[in-house]
Design a protein around this ligand. Structure first.
Ligand code: EPZ
Length: 431
């Protein structure tokens, strides 16, 4: 079983190239199945969730060809199966985007209830509400969400909860519905905008993505395109916080600084220097970190996907900090592991972490509970005194391309190992 071994203590210094956004690529793949023509998608991250999604699509008859590590060709001209039961789909969230895509194009879809990180109940009621408003019958049966419609008709839909997944799924289905759909109280995340841009480049008529209200005028067909996915703001934010936690100096390259405004604001607040240029951001942590308060919110608020990385930084800041998680109800699982590394963090009421800053972390054997919690624990281990062994890294590999290699290039002592012998070798090497 693969593990990371880490000897902490080196400040991270240097440049890191940020990959394409996983959470944009997943729905863009699904949207690519809405045209019979060939689509090329570039700047895709080479992470495990991409493979699972593409395998699931291939199981329905979609042709998927890797042009290179970061570019894929998708042709959905010969779909023979609108039921997506691929085993891997139970593990990832993005598979449910095939519902909106197939329903929009074929007026029928059956997709296994999605999995993804265990960070809360992760309801799908808003997806279902949106599909029903467009005229579909939707039921959940034998572990599948089944949606079917004679015709899809444009509708006025108010989302009761701001949801990235529901906004994208309903937007996709409405793209090929008859007439005008207006979706209100939409998610405004950059990946919502990316999917809309992709669909528009295929001939869709979507306006307002990135605001609270999206207007979609249905079209009969979509055509092929070439498209590049936006940079991953969460990967970028993770490296920016890695600079803060390790007292380093890191420049994240190939980013859209606007997407990182809330992250940048918090780094400034805790005492880091942040310099922005057109497509890169430099974070220098020369001073001791200062305490603060943060609440996660939908975009443009501070992202829930950055909450663990923020907590790991604040647990080394002087004074008491408070982190409130308002998006998912179970996103502090990593805290038990952080406490094992010497962090003084208490979770109250399930949604609030009270953090008393400590001088340092100490290395420990830790287990990754989910993707972002895992990345945050690795950052803690990079700052810790002594060695850490990190188990269950498959979660991290789902969403971060070459994570340990990028960290090595910034001067981190981290290796991916498979056996106890490898661990011993690492310990001898790092002393
Ligand atoms: C997406 O999940 C991301 N996943 C998550 O990233 C991210 O944390 C989340 O958006 C918020 O930004 C993918 O894009 C694959 P939501 P999603 O629907 O779409 C509630 C990562 O680490 N809700 O915006 O599932 C829900 O329970 C992952 O990369 C309903 O109540 O998130 C949650 O409390 C983890 N009913 C809130 O809305 C619904 O029908 C936000 O969820 C849908 C959602």
């Amino acid at each position: 079983m693969e593990q990371y071994v880490i000897k902490g203590g080196n400040p991270l210094v240097g440049d890191v190239e940020i990959a394409g956004a996983k959470n944009a690529a997943l729905p863009v793949f699904a949207a690519a199945a809405m045209t019979d023509e060939t689509v090329y998608i570039d700047n895709i991250p080479d992470v495990r969730d991409m493979d699972v999604m593409l395998e699931a699509m291939a199981s329905t008859g979609v042709t998927v060809k890797r042009v290179n590590r970061h570019k894929v060709l998708i042709n959905a001209g010969n779909i023979h199966n609108l039921t997506v039961e691929h085993e891997g789909c139970k593990k990832i969230r993005g598979s449910y985007y095939l519902l909106g895509a197939f329903l929009g194009k074929y007026k029928q879809a059956e997709v296994v209830l999605p999995g993804g990180c265990d960070i809360g109940s992760r309801a799908v009621d808003q997806h279902i509400k949106g599909f029903r408003a467009l005229g579909a019958e939707v039921i959940i049966e034998h572990g599948l969400i089944k949606a079917r419609a004679e015709r899809l008709r444009g509708s006025h839909i108010y989302m009761d909860k701001v949801s990235v997944g529901a906004t994208i799924n309903v937007m996709m289905a409405a793209t090929m519905a008859e007439g005008l759909t207006i979706i209100e109280n939409c998610a405004k995340e950059p990946h919502v905008v990316d999917v809309a841009n992709f669909l528009n480049s295929c001939g869709a008529n979507i306006k307002g993505a990135g605001t609270d209200v999206i207007r979609i005028r249905g079209v009969e067909r979509l055509h092929g395109t070439e498209y590049a996915i936006i940079p991953d703001q969460i990967e970028a934010g993770t490296f920016m916080f890695a600079a803060a936690v390790t007292k380093g100096d890191v420049t994240v390259k190939n980013v859209i600084p606007k997407h990182l405004e809330s992250v940048t604001a918090k780094l400034l607040e805790i005492g880091c220097e942040v310099e922005e240029a057109d497509d890169c951001i430099r974070v220098v942590a020369a001073k001791p970190l200062a305490h603060t308060q943060v609440r996660t919110l939908p975009y443009p608020g501070f992202p829930t996907d950055m909450q663990p990385q923020m907590t790991v930084a604040l647990a080394l800041a002087k004074g008491t900090s408070i982190v409130t998680e308002s998006v998912f109800e179970n996103r502090f699982k990593y805290v038990d592991e952080l406490v094992r590394m010497g962090g003084d963090v208490k979770v109250e009421g399930g949604d609030t972490a009270i953090i008393d800053g400590v001088e340092k972390y100490t290395g420990a054997s830790i287990t990754v509970p989910d993707l972002r919690g895992g990345a945050a624990l690795v950052i803690a281990a990079l700052a810790a005194e002594g060695c850490s062994i990190v188990d269950n890294i498959k979660y991290i590999q789902r969403g971060y391309e070459d994570f340990h290699i990028k960290l090595q290039n910034l001067g981190a002592q981290i290796e991916m190992v498979e056996t106890d012998k490898d661990v011993q070798k690492f310990r001898l090497k790092v002393g």
